[in-house]
Design a protein around this ligand. Sequence first.
Ligand code: SF4
Length: 286
Amino acid sequence: MEVVLAKSAGFCFGVQKAVDTVYEQIEKKKGRIYTYGPIIHNEEVVKDLEEKGVLVINSLEELKAVKEGVVVIRSHGATKEIYDIIENNGLELVDATCPFVKKIHNIVREESDKGNFVIIIGSDKHPEVEGIKGWSDKENTVVIESEEQAENFVLDVEKKNKHICIVSQTTFNSNKFKYLVEIICKKGYYINVLDTICNATHMRQTEARKIAREVDAMIVIGGKNSSNTQKLYEISKSECNNTYYIQTVKDLDRAKLGQFEYIGITAGASTPKKIIEEVQTNVRKF
Ligand code: SF4
């Protein structure tokens, strides 16, 4: 059996930076450390941090109740309201928002200030998209994820002369982004399109597509809630019917995978190296 591992598999620069930031805070021992939401979509890492005393804040209400300590904003970023609460409660803010996400916050804030309408192509409930929405004028912002939503999009009559700015969630499927933009652009509005899918995502998706096209079976490793891993799975599945989404080595199905001669492996941006190596070593043993 031959096994090929994607070079882009695993932590991207933004996730690595966020995780390193929390461990640095632990070293500094400056009091109670919180992360707003799990630092990454990976149970093992979050558990390790918990064991080292890092607590996860899961809601605005929980955050409002915290009056002391350090709050780390993860790579997904957060709404302006969250920054305001941290400041008003006298908490120390450590901002690990990925610079690529920060750039989108700035774009939507500036577009809103100019009175423009903002379309975010992405998953409405994803924390990164929630964070982006929080820097935009909510009356003039919409999130579009599906073909149907793109087809049905119209500006209200009183907004019909507004300029529209389209941005993307950093981990969105790049082909789907182009497709949805095409649908919206046919509607005749004045539209400025900014492809804000990050380079790490572009590279990861392109490599996954290329490998999936060549292999007999493809393994995609990542947390269940990881949006970018789900996109990698969709892309791989569209090229290779025998694509398997696993979280750890325990999910490997030896009976199924053992029948293939050429297997590809990729992993989401929040999958630790250790998990990828374990999977790779075990698959090679097949
Ligand atoms: S996927 Fe891209 S935008 Fe998101 S954290 Fe990684 S580098 Fe930053």
